[in-house]
Write a protein that binds this ligand. Structure first.
Ligand SMILES: NC(=O)c1ccc[n+]([C@@H]2O[C@H](COP(=O)([O-])OP(=O)(O)OC[C@H]3O[C@@H](n4cnc5c(N)ncnc54)[C@H](OP(=O)(O)O)[C@@H]3O)[C@@H](O)[C@H]2O)c1
Length: 304
């Protein structure tokens, strides 16, 4: 795949994954989800071999269909999907639903999408009360959810398990009871939120750092570097991620931009340092709201 290196998952034996992937979030309505298949297919044709989906995205079915239509052997493609926050009490059933929707025979990597547990109500992906507050299920502990995910791992239908949106605090609490160490943590990470402490902490434990909302394309320094290297701002940032050993997930529904995003320049050490210097601990995607919470949890609970 272009000049994207493979990354080893130290906590999953000899398993390797592509060092950059395509995000497949495609809006919140079933109509938007159905539009994803053609651009997932075009990404596969361009050379992408890592696809990131989730039960909550509603795109698992289209990821599976695109893989089959591509004609690329299943084992050449690495599929990540995620257990949603409202499935903490139906972990095994949730896995079977994801596997059925994908139709891929097995899943390469299954992540707990959030450490937060929500109530299950008619499979509502975003359960909120009349006042708009998230309906937490306080009886669901992420340690118990993980123990069930470990049992699914033992079934052999998934090659590895990991987490998303965990911090040093929540991962430390998870590792206290886990039998299997998470192979990867997918978090918001970009030049404004470089997460160097978390990245190093992961590295010391063999946990791969994977980024979402990976690009901040409008930043003046990034735009200047893009002009210098005759590439797009997204390519500058993706090259920065790869240089740090971070696996960026980037979504593009445009074939040309998809191709750009896997053909990355090699930045000088000085220019990499300029991108790193943009860090200002700013979240752009999953932020703390005016109620002092992100999806029902405080910054303290999240370990942010
Ligand atoms: N684990 C989690 O909680 C979580 C949360 C958020 C996201 N994610 C995953 O991460 C993926 C990406 O997240 P994201 O959408 O927030 O961030 P992103 O990939 O950085 O941004 C996507 C946007 O960037 C545009 N884009 C991509 N490449 C471009 C380029 N070369 N030039 C100009 N524009 C470009 C896309 O537009 P076009 O499509 O028009 O190119 C799209 O609007 C999601 O699809 C999902 O798989 C995970």
């Amino acid at each position: 795949m272009a000049n994207i290196p493979k990354v080893k998952l130290p906590n999953a034996g000899g398993l390797e994954m592509p060092g950059l992937g395509l995000g497949t979030w495609s809006g919140t309505t079933p109509e938007q989800w159905t539009t994803s298949k053609p651009w997932i297919l075009s990404a596969l044709k361009s050379g992408y071999r890592l696809l990131d989906t989730a039960y909550g995205y509603g795109t698992e079915q289209y990821v599976g269909e695109a893989i089959r239509e591509s004609g690329i052997p299943r084992e050449e493609i690495f599929v990540i999907t995620k257990l949603p926050w409202h499935h903490g009490r139906i972990v095994h059933e949730s896995f079977e639903r994801s596997l059925k929707a994908l139709g891929t025979g097995y899943i390469d990597l299954w992540l707990m999408h959030f450490p937060i547990g929500m109530v299950y109500d008619n499979d509502d992906r975003d359960p909120k009360d009349a006042e708009g507050n998230y309906r937490l299920d306080d009886g669901v502990r992420f340690q118990d959810v993980w123990a069930e995910m470990e049992k699914v791992l033992a079934s052999g239908k998934v090659s590895a398990i990991g987490v998303s949106n965990f911090s040093v605090k929540t991962l430390t609490a998870l590792l206290e009871t886990a039998k299997v160490v998470s192979v990867l943590n997918q978090v918001e990470l970009h030049p404004y939120l470089a997460q160097e402490e978390l990245r190093k902490w992961h590295e010391e434990r063999g946990i791969v750092t994977c980024s979402y909302t990976s690009t901040v394309r409008g930043d003046p320094t990034v735009v200047e570097l893009a002009q210098k290297y005759s590439v797009s701002p997204a390519q500058i940032i993706l090259a920065w991620h790869v240089s740090r050993g971070v696996v960026p997930i980037c979504k593009s529904s445009n074939a040309e931009r998809q191709r750009d995003n896997i053909n990355l320049p090699t930045l000088s050490a000085e220019d990499l340092a300029r991108v790193s210097a943009l860090d200002r601990y700013e979240r752009l995607c999953n932020k703390i709201g005016p109620d002092g919470k992100m999806s029902g949890w405080t910054a303290e609970q999240l370990g942010w």
